[in-house]
Ligand binder design. Structure first.
Ligand SMILES: C[S@@+](CC[C@H](N)C(=O)[O-])C[C@H]1O[C@@H](n2cnc3c(N)ncnc32)[C@H](O)[C@@H]1O
Length: 192
């Protein structure tokens, strides 16, 4: 077999392995790393920008990093830490963040990205939310149920939780927004 054919098989095998690895993690997590759409991200950005000045944001389950990066790009004064436990999306988000910091050191709507965006390996159910002013979630109903108690215990008075698609059970949102996308995606906003 020629070397080029071996190489092709090797690449195909690596891709298959990566997909299987991600699928296994998604199965354990109960959710895949599907990113929020551009329309939803825009709505989240508007909501984050209602809070003026400095704020520390935690994105619980930051996936490929597209939401987190968009938020810091368009929200002046905000810092974001994304927590993710799926390796391939995490590595991708870390790479995107490096590239974004290098290429956008000035002139973005939200100001320089340097030091304002980090994606870390972690478990959203073990991470501490004590220092978060804002938490962003795009998870699933079971996760919101598990996080509710943690938010109640750890979040500072007045902290905001913005949850895409899934409401926090037993808690009344201060606002429920409907996105103009085809799915009419709901975004729930809570103040603790
Ligand atoms: C639907 S995706 C949302 C990604 C991103 N927030 C966005 O809106 O584009 C949910 C993410 O949460 C992550 N996740 C689920 N459970 C997790 C856990 N226990 N710890 C860390 N990340 C988790 C998944 O791996 C996935 O990437």
């Amino acid at each position: 077999m020629p070397l080029s054919e071996w190489l092709l098989w090797l690449i195909a095998f690596a891709v298959l392995l990566a997909v299987a690895w991600m699928a296994a993690r998604s199965w354990r997590n109960g959710i895949s790393p599907m990113p929020a759409s551009r329309a939803v991200r825009r709505l989240v950005i508007e909501e984050v920008n209602r809070i003026s000045g400095y704020a520390s944001i935690v994105e619980a389950g930051s996936g490929w990093g597209t939401m987190g990066l968009d938020v810091v790009r368009h929200c002046p004064g905000k810092r974001l830490t994304g927590i993710e436990n799926s390796s391939i999306p995490l590595w991708c988000s870390q790479l995107l963040a490096r590239l974004a910091v290098r290429s956008r050191t000035a002139g973005t709507e939200g100001g320089s990205l340097r030091g304002r965006v980090h994606f870390r390996r972690g478990d959203i159910y073990r991470h501490s939310y004590r220092d978060a002013d804002i938490v962003l979630c795009y998870l699933y109903p079971g996760a919101m149920k598990q996080l509710e108690g943690k938010f109640r215990q750890e979040l500072a008075h007045g902290a905001t939780v913005i949850s895409v698609c899934f409401a926090i059970p037993g808690r009344r949102p201060v606002r429920t927004l409907t996105c103009g996308d085809a799915l009419r995606t709901k975004v729930y906003v809570y103040i603790y």
